[in-house]
Design a protein around this ligand. Structure first.
Ligand code: NDP
Length: 315
């Protein structure tokens, strides 16, 4: 872990960046920028010594950064305007301009990390392990504006990294999960199972992903900064295991002692499993396996529900 640095984090009320802010605040000066509609999250961060600053990326009339210190050594830009799924212009504009303004303000930093997404990749056969140089052009029928806004923002980040000479990493995150916030996609789907809803799965084969526990996210952030370059370094950011969504849900259902229900459908939440060769070379292997990670995450979110069954099932 790094120490004695001045770190700016956006999206720190979210599932991914919050544990990073909490961990780094122990040995660094950490500032978190956001709207903080979740006032409890802001207070809890402040209690840990984190400084907070109101910043709304969507406030396009001005950058909202006037008066904020500009001597940050490291930046993690994790905020994302997910949008309404309809207004493509607004999604692209808010996210791309927000990234550009932040990079301009923090141009003196040693490293800038932009948290992108596996959603940028074009569809592949379900078993394909996606590499950083695979085709872009992701489609998400349930939030069509999201992939294009991530691709557009990657473009802005590439441009500002070069024009500002700011060492930058674009980390394309896979499915993140853990104890914070809503817990991530596996927990969101598990909540649907608990409510008795069947989960849509592809008619053939499994829908694979490479889930990463937020404990791994936390220790890898300083190494992603270390990997930053001009032009940008692009890295697939994922867990080491390629796992079927159906397998994950079946495992969690077993831990909770419920029967999972699946519905074969052409319309399902498509994900990708990643080829992690570049990340392993630059950063190393992950520490949390998917079964252990899901067990711990399920316990954090449903302590009463899973305790006995989880003790019985273990691996
Ligand atoms: P969340 O949806 O949990 O949180 C989103 C964050 O963005 C919040 O902290 C919110 O802060 C901030 N934000 C949203 N709109 C604005 C705005 N207009 N101005 C300033 N801040 C804003 O996100 P996650 O933690 O799940 O995701 C973090 C990043 O990782 C995102 O960039 C996402 O695209 C990417 N990602 C996440 C994955 C996952 O599995 N979770 C998978 C792949 C990529 P506040 O409300 O306080 O303003």
């Amino acid at each position: 872990m790094i120490e004695g640095k001045k770190i700016l984090i956006t999206g720190a009320t979210g599932q991914v960046a919050r544990p990073v802010a909490e961990a780094l605040a122990k040995n660094n000066e950490v500032w978190c920028l956001g709207r903080f509609a979740d006032v409890d999250a802001e207070r809890e961060l402040s209690d840990l010594g984190v400084r907070t600053w109101r910043w709304d990326m969507a406030g396009l009339a001005e950058d909202g950064l006037d008066g904020l210190a500009d001597d940050f050594t490291h930046v993690m830009h994790s905020a994302a305007h997910r949008g309404d799924g309809i207004d493509f212009d607004a999604s692209v504009e808010i996210n791309a301009v927000g990234a550009g303004r932040l990079m301009t303000h923090c141009r003196r930093a040693e490293a800038f990390l932009y948290v992108s997404s596996g959603a940028v990749y074009a569809g592949q056969s379900p078993e394909h392990l996606v590499r950083e140089d695979d085709p872009l052009g992701g489609q998400m029928p349930w939030l069509p504006t999201y992939p294009v806004s991530k691709i557009a923002t990657e473009g802005a980040v590439r441009a500002f990294a070069v024009t500002l000479d700011l060492p930058t990493t674009i980390a394309r995150l896979n499915v993140a999960y853990g104890p914070h916030s809503h817990g991530g996609m596996p927990i969101l789907l598990f909540r649907r199972l608990l409510a008795g809803e069947p989960i849509e799965v592809p008619p053939r084969g499994q829908n694979l992903c490479s889930p990463i526990h937020t404990d791994d996210v936390v220790w890898q952030v300083p190494l992603l900064w270390k990997a930053a370059t001009v032009p940008v370094q692009v890295i697939n950011w994922a867990g080491d295991d390629a796992v079927g969504i159906q397998d994950m849900l079946t495992y969690m259902a077993e831990l909770a002692g419920i029967e999972p229900r699946f519905a074969s459908s052409e319309v399902y939440r498509a994900t990708h499993a990643f080829d992690n060769t570049r990340r392993r070379a630059l950063i190393g292997r992950c520490e949390v396996g998917w079964r252990e990670g899901l067990r711990r995450t399920l316990r954090a979110h449903f302590p009463d529900l899973v305790k006995e069954a989880a003790d019985a099932v273990q691996q």
